[in-house]
Write a protein that binds this ligand. Sequence first.
Ligand code: ZN
Length: 262
Amino acid sequence: MIDTHCHIDDPQYAEDLETFLAEQKLGGVEAMFVPGVDATSVIDVLRVCDTYPNYLYPALGLHPENVKEDWQNQLAMIKAVVDQRCATSNLNAASRLIAIGEIGLDYHWDVTFKNEQQSAMCEQMRWAQYYDLPVMIHSRDAIEDTLTILREFHSVKGVMHCFSGSHEVAQQVVKMGYYLGIGGVITFKNCKLADNLIGIPLERLVLETDAPYMAPVPYRGKRNESRWMLYVAERLAQVYECSTEHIIEVTTANAKELFIGK
Ligand SMILES: [Zn+2]
């Protein structure tokens, strides 16, 4: 299994990180992708990924909820780190940059910076285009605007992280060449996501945790762990009427194709 989205730089993991990662490995997790969310976090993300190269891989970006008055400064700082990490001399770094993320639009709590969120997303889509990197997209209560921007950058591909949208949206996203990041939400009672995925090709799904959040049933509410993606895979096996092993095999290959294959 590959965890395509986890915030392992979160302080909740600091104390037992070494043991924690060993447990994930034993639990069948072969790699974890760690996105940044602002200028401070990208430094933490790189530090933790550089400590565990070939296991933790960094993505760098400004999360829409962190787009505030200082967004241009934040972007400039993150861009400098992205440029540095993508410089020719660093291309062989073990913890090479795997994506731009997480980026996107979030109108759920606050729309004060709606326009700025859109500008910040576009700017970061340009980085992805320039460096030929995939993107990790966060979209909450903003799907139409998100899809409009993604269509503008049709050469860029990526993941709709923590996907929980309708069947129609899933179809649109997949048609654009994007993948759906499926996490613990699919195991929650009364969640419609499983039904919405019927008919969506398995070749377009990747597993993720969004750890420390979104732990699957039976661990809902706990600090999330990548090895618990097994419960997500089991639920997907019911939806796709196949073995859990098959789900793991295909989603792992998908993650490699999108993030490592080029
Ligand atoms: Zn996230």
